[in-house]
Design a protein around this ligand. Sequence first.
Ligand SMILES: Nc1ncnc2c1ncn2[C@@H]1O[C@H](COP(=O)(O)OP(=O)(O)OP(=O)(O)O)[C@@H](O)[C@H]1O
Ligand SMILES: O=P(O)(O)OC[C@H]1O[C@H](OP(=O)(O)OP(=O)(O)O)[C@H](O)[C@@H]1O
Length: 217
Amino acid sequence: MSAQPLLTLALSKGRIFEETLPLLKAAGIEVTEDPERSRKLILPTTQPQVRVVLVRATDVPTYVQYGAADLGVAGKDVLLEHGGQGLYQPLDLRIARCRMSVAARADFDYAQAVRQGSRIRVATKYTTVARQHFADKGVHVDLIKLYGSMELAPLTGLADAIVDLVSTGSTLKANHLVEVEKIMDISSRLVVNQAALKLKREPLADLIDRLSLAIER
Ligand SMILES: Nc1ncnc2c1ncn2[C@@H]1O[C@H](COP(=O)(O)OP(=O)(O)OP(=O)(O)O)[C@@H](O)[C@H]1O
Ligand SMILES: O=P(O)(O)OC[C@H]1O[C@H](OP(=O)(O)OP(=O)(O)O)[C@H](O)[C@@H]1O
């Protein structure tokens, strides 16, 4: 009998790691080290043939695309910006749920700007989604790529509006911004390397089945 192949699962620290843990547990896998206490980037699990690697949220699709990880968990926002090449997306894990929205200062009349066909300046980390969204609406847009603290852009005059993730709305509120349009709902997906799906078919299909049952619980 041949040995079980090693499965490498890419997760990002923080909410994805924390929200994936209960699903893994229900699938019979427990991570035996706490990433918040250890500096290790490769974590063992109670299943000797399964290990977790910790990467930046935006790097999860890249690790899985190139097969450095067999599978991973990534937000729909991250997957849309990455493009999803080489990735099979079998499951919506329904974790890390939020929405992607347009937000602006309360004194910026977004509806009027859109109606008049004005050119608007939008700052965002999500340029692919934002470009598509405004193109679909026929709105002329100048996009400014940022890597964080998007809320600051309308407050400092860098942009008229931002495209960012919203959950409770408290970040927008704290910065006196208002959500003016929802673009889409966001949740995290399981992504699997397409080649691994053939080469490690049995253990991957088994894990996907277990996670699928865990989501339904
Ligand atoms: N406030 C939120 N509520 C729920 N889900 C969220 C929220 N913010 C982000 N998410 C989702 O969780 C994912 C991971 O977010 P997280 O904040 O852990 O990483 P990040 O800081 O965006 O990534 P990076 O470290 O690469 O900059 C996002 O891609 C998104 O899908
Ligand atoms: O509507 P809220 O509940 O306030 O959540 C929205 C905030 O959550 C995300 O940031 P996050 O907390 O992940 O911080 P980070 O991007 O710095 O990691 C997002 O970029 C918003 O700023």
